[in-house]
Design a protein around this ligand. Structure first.
Ligand SMILES: [Zn+2]
Length: 272
């Protein structure tokens, strides 16, 4: 499932190639991926010119020169593919197609269609932006900022990290990897994380995200970057998906526990 590193990889790929591209037409094949404005989406985009492509949390954000923004949440299987033609051979589940003035097209392809496309007018964006928490790679994501939030929460720390209104962009894979690096068991209550552990956790989150970005993300099932390539971080995972295999640090078998309907992986010796 795409998290921050996968969205960042796609945004970095698309940014130089989409700048100043003008949308001339939109084909909506599956309306269920449209969050807003829903009907009318196809009429709201033509004429807009791309200023740049960035990221907020797990979402790819296409910013237009008029300061409107198209937020793309890739859900489980969403892909953004820029093609030199109106279509692309390997995109067989195109939900939305943006035709560009130069003959290229930006395809939103999504097999399972849990993804969401939302268009925000300039005045609507700040409210949406404010719903998302701290960016873990930004300067204001400090150990103190993290501790200020964890000490007020009694939820398991893994669940805390998945709350996009607290820290934006971290999902199950990278939350579990960061907790392993910090030596904190996923089931520990957030308010039981010490000051020193909050520092380790903050650093662990940043390190794992930066390493994943450097490896173009983790590929599970359907994730592809904007060039259609798989991510390279999967072999570097230390706990996620490694139940029963030896801990890379101490050799103890990695455990799996279902926590709020989602698997948590951890080393019972290294993580307390
Ligand atoms: Zn261990």
């Amino acid at each position: 499932m795409p998290e921050l590193p996968e969205a960042e990889t796609i945004a970095r790929d698309l940014h130089p190639r989409l700048q100043e591209a003008k949308v001339t037409a939109v084909d909506v094949h599956h309306e269920d991926v449209l969050g807003r404005p829903g009907t009318g989406f196809g009429d709201a985009l033509p004429g807009r010119v791309v200023a740049g492509v960035g990221r907020r949390g797990k979402n790819v954000v296409i910013a237009f020169q008029d300061e409107g923004r198209l937020l793309v949440n890739l859900g489980m299987t969403g892909r953004l593919v820029l093609s030199d033609a109106p279509g692309a051979a390997d995109c067989r589940h195109v939900a939305v197609r943006l035709l560009l003035q130069d003959g290229r097209s930006l395809l939103y392809d999504d097999v399972r269609r849990f993804g969401l496309l939302e268009l925000f007018e300039p005045e609507e964006w700040p409210a949406r932006d404010a719903e998302l928490g701290l960016e873990p790679l930004a300067d204001d994501f400090t150990a103190d900022a993290l501790r200020d939030m964890t000490r007020r929460s009694r939820t398991p720390i893994r669940n805390f990290l998945l709350d996009q209104s607290k820290v934006a962009g971290v999902g199950n894979i990278y939350a579990l990897e960061a907790l392993f690096r910090a030596g904190i068991r996923p089931t520990r209550r957030a308010n039981r994380v010490t000051r020193a552990e909050a520092t380790s956790l903050r650093n662990g989150i940043r390190d794992v995200l930066e390493e994943a970005i450097a490896n173009r993300g983790t590929t599970f099932s359907d994730y592809r970057d904007a060039a259609g390539e798989r991510g390279g971080f999967e072999p570097l995972l230390q706990v996620y998906g490694r139940e029963g295999r030896p801990c890379t640090r101490c050799g103890t078998a990695i455990k799996r526990k279902v926590l709020t309907n989602r698997s948590a992986f951890y080393c019972p010796s290294c993580q307390r």
